[in-house]
Structure formats: structure tokens, C-alpha cells
Design a protein around this ligand. Structure first.
Ligand code: NAD
Ligand code: UDP
Length: 324
């Protein structure tokens, strides 16, 4: 039986990935310090004998024998990663080093979760993997963006210097059930506000764009990517002129944040919420949309869940859990 380690396993994405790995027959260890994750996300998994949870901080070394390591541990929402910026940087940089050391010593395969934030406020649109990004090194988002950029460098160098079988996925805005209701990201905020009849807080004028991916689509991409043979992955990215395997995963449908607010309100008819405008946070990217040509070619993958369908499932989740 294959063994997988999922760091950040009690978080939004980590809990979905852990469930999928169990469904695929793996023995799964979820590691988390519960900074933004919650045991509620993994309660249903604890009944499975092949699942275990370890309370651990990824900035500290961790040992165990695994076939596959999925490194997700890092606060991901701007309000959380800015709350404790130095810890955020440590989680990215020390966290990936600890996991790369584990992969090196145990010959495990590693998949690291990077982010579209490595492109910063992008000057190339849509974003392709060969674009190097436009990131402020000293702004309030830098702890996250630069931490993730440094983590990518470490993955690339552990591959070159030590031959670790490591790959990376640059995740674009992803949403779905198990997001924390107070996570602070736009979809959970808008849905919770609309359900509670509170004002919908639109930052800036709402013309900034994002592309929203449903969690199941991302998990499909991650699992397919992780199962590819090391030689195939190496040859593919070398042929594309990329120094390491780094793949965009996102839904290329692009919406303004105002359109998103309107879609959420349509799904919650009778909501008393009104849209109010609040100041745009600094360094907030103006446009974001992934070019997923490489993922299509390498994985034969494309997102399947349209925004309306994914939002409807997410609204049902939040209604059932927090609007009893
Ligand atoms: P999340 O906050 O729900 O999950 C992160 C998990 O990591 C939480 O359970 C948290 O407690 C844990 N964690 C944080 N610091 C830790 C540490 N030092 N040691 C151990 N555990 C720690 O967020 P998510 O959306 O599930 O994000 C998971 C990963 O995917 C993150 O690395 C994030 O950067 C990346 N990502 C997510 C998105 C998205 O839109 N959801 C986009 C790009 C990248
Ligand atoms: N946003 C908003 N209202 C909110 C939360 C976020 O208008 O209550 C905006 C935010 O300014 C950004 C977009 O929605 O332009 C996506 O924000 P999120 O924090 O979800 O992700 P990120 O900025 O990291 O892509």
C-alpha cells in the first residue's frame, strides 16, 4: 500500500486531497499545526484506519517513510498570512526545505504547492509558466509571494544539486467546501456575508479580475501530475525551456470581482445584503488568469466545474454548516 504525507492536511485543500488519496487506496498522514486549518475538516477521515493526523509545525524537521509527499502547509489567505508575516515566510521556506530533506533521505517523490502569486501584479496576461513575475519584495503581500518564490528556487535546486524527484504546481484561486468561514478570501467572504444579510465588501471598484477553480478540479490535476514517471516530467519541462517542473493549475474563465459578487447574490435569492465599496488592499493584483496549455498537454487535464456549479455547491456547504 502506498503511503502519502500531506502537510497542511487539515486545511481546505489538504483535506480534499487527503480524502482523494484515501479513495485511491493510500495510507495517508496529514500533518498540520492548525494555524488556519481545523480538525473539523478531517473528522470524517479519522474513521478510516488508513488515515492519521500529526500535530506538527512544518518549520521543524519531520521524519517518516512515505512514497509521496504533498507540501501544502502555509497560510494562504491574505488576512492570515499578513497577520504573522515572519511565520508565513518560515512556513514556506523552512517548510519546503524540511520536506525536501525528507524526500532526499527517503527517496520519496514530492509535490510542492506554489501559487499564482509568484507572478505578482502580472505584466503578462494570461500568465504562462515562463513569465518571471512582477513582485514587490517589501510590500505587505511579500511574505507570501517571496516565500513561495524562494520555495520554488529550493525545489529547483534540490532537483539540480541532489536529484530529488520534486515537482511544483502553481495554484490559481481555488474555492469550495471546507474553506474556513472566516478565511477572509473573497468567495468565503461573499457567501458568508450574503447568507448573514451583511454588506458584501467589494474592495476597490471591483474591476480587478480573478479566475476561480473548484477544489475537485485542482485535486484531479495534482493526482495526475504526481503519478507521472520522473523521466516523462523531466523531459517535458526541459523541452519547454523551464528549469524545473512547474505547472499552472487554474480555471481560465476570468471574472471581475464585481461579477463574482453579483453571481453569489443570484445564488442566494432573498439575501438582504448590499454591495459596499471598501479600499483596495495594497499590491492587490489587477488581473489574473492562468494559461493552462502545459497542463492540458502534459496531463490531458482541464477544469470541468463551471463557476456557477462550484459556487452552488459551496453555498450549500456554508448553509448546512453555518446557517442552521
Ligand atoms: P488553508 O489555510 O486552508 O490550508 C493551509 C494549511 O496549512 C492549514 O491547515 C494550516 O493550519 C497549515 N499550516 C500553516 N502553516 C503551517 C505550518 N508552519 N506547519 C504546519 N501546518 C501549517 O489554505 P489552502 O487554500 O488549503 O492552501 C493550501 C496550500 O495551497 C497553501 O500552500 C497555499 O499557499 C496553496 N495555494 C492555495 C490557493 C487557493 O486558492 N486555495 C491558491 C494558491 C496556492
Ligand atoms: N476581495 C474583495 N472583498 C473581500 C475579499 C477580497 O473585494 O471581502 C478582493 C481582493 O481585493 C482581490 C480579490 O477579491 O482583488 C481576491 O481576493 P482573495 O483574498 O480571495 O485572493 P487573492 O487576492 O490572493 O487572489
Amino acid at each position: 500500500m502506498k503511503k502519502a504525507l500531506v502537510t497542511g492536511g487539515a486545511g481546505f485543500l489538504g483535506s480534499h486531497l487527503s480524502r482523494r488519496l484515501l479513495d485511491d487506496g493510500y495510507e495517508v498522514t496529514a500533518l498540520d499545526n492548525l494555524f488556519t486549518g481545523t480538525k473539523e475538516n478531517i473528522y470524517p477521515l479519522l474513521a478510516n484506519r488508513r488515515f492519521s493526523f500529526v500535530l506538527h509545525d512544518v518549520t521543524q524537521p519531520f521524519w517518516g517513510q512515505f512514497d509521496e509527499i504533498y507540501n501544502l502547509a502555509c497560510p494562504a489567505s491574505p488576512i492570515h498570512y499578513q497577520h504573522n508575516p515572519v511565520e508565513t515566510l518560515k512556513s514556506s521556506v523552512l517548510g519546503v526545505m524540511n520536506m525536501l530533506d525528507l524526500a532526499l533521505k527517503t527517496k520519496a517523490r514530492l509535490l510542492h504547492t506554489s501559487t499564482s502569486e509568484v507572478y505578482g501584479d502580472p505584466l503578462v496576461h494570461p500568465q504562462v509558466e515562463t513569465y518571471w513575475g512582477n513582485v514587490n519584495t517589501i510590500g505587505v503581500r511579500s511574505c507570501y509571494d517571496e516565500g513561495k518564490r524562494c520555495a520554488e528556487t529550493l525545489v529547483a535546486d534540490y532537483r539540480r544539486e541532489f536529484g530529488v524527484d520534486a515537482r511544483m504546481v502553481r495554484i490559481f484561486n481555488t474555492y469550495g467546501p471546507n474553506m474556513h468561514p472566516k478565511d477572509g478570501r473573497v468567495i468565503s467572504n461573499f457567501i458568508m456575508q450574503a447568507l448573514a444579510g451583511e454588506n458584501i465588501t467589494l474592495f476597490g471598484d471591483g474591476t480587478q479580475t480573478r479566475s476561480f477553480q473548484y477544489c475537485d478540479d485542482l485535486v484531479d490535476a495534482m493526482r495526475t501530475y504526481m503519478e507521472l514517471p520522473v523521466e516523462k516530467v523531466g523531459a517535458f519541462f526541459a523541452a519547454k525551456g523551464l528549469g524545473a517542473p512547474v505547472l499552472n493549475a487554474g480555471n481560465p474563465e476570468e471574472y471581475t470581482i464585481r461579477e463574482l459578487a453579483e453571481k453569489v447574490l443570484e445564488l442566494i435569492p432573498g439575501s438582504k445584503s448590499e454591495i459596499v465599496f471598501e479600499p483596495l488592499p495594497s499590491d492587490d493584483p489587477k488581473r489574473r488568469r492562468p494559461d493552462i496549455s502545459l497542463a492540458r498537454e502534459l496531463l490531458g487535464w482541464a477544469p470541468k466545474v463551471p463557476l456557477e456549479a462550484g459556487l452552488a455547491k459551496t453555498v450549500e456547504y456554508f448553509k448546512g454548516k453555518y446557517n442552521r
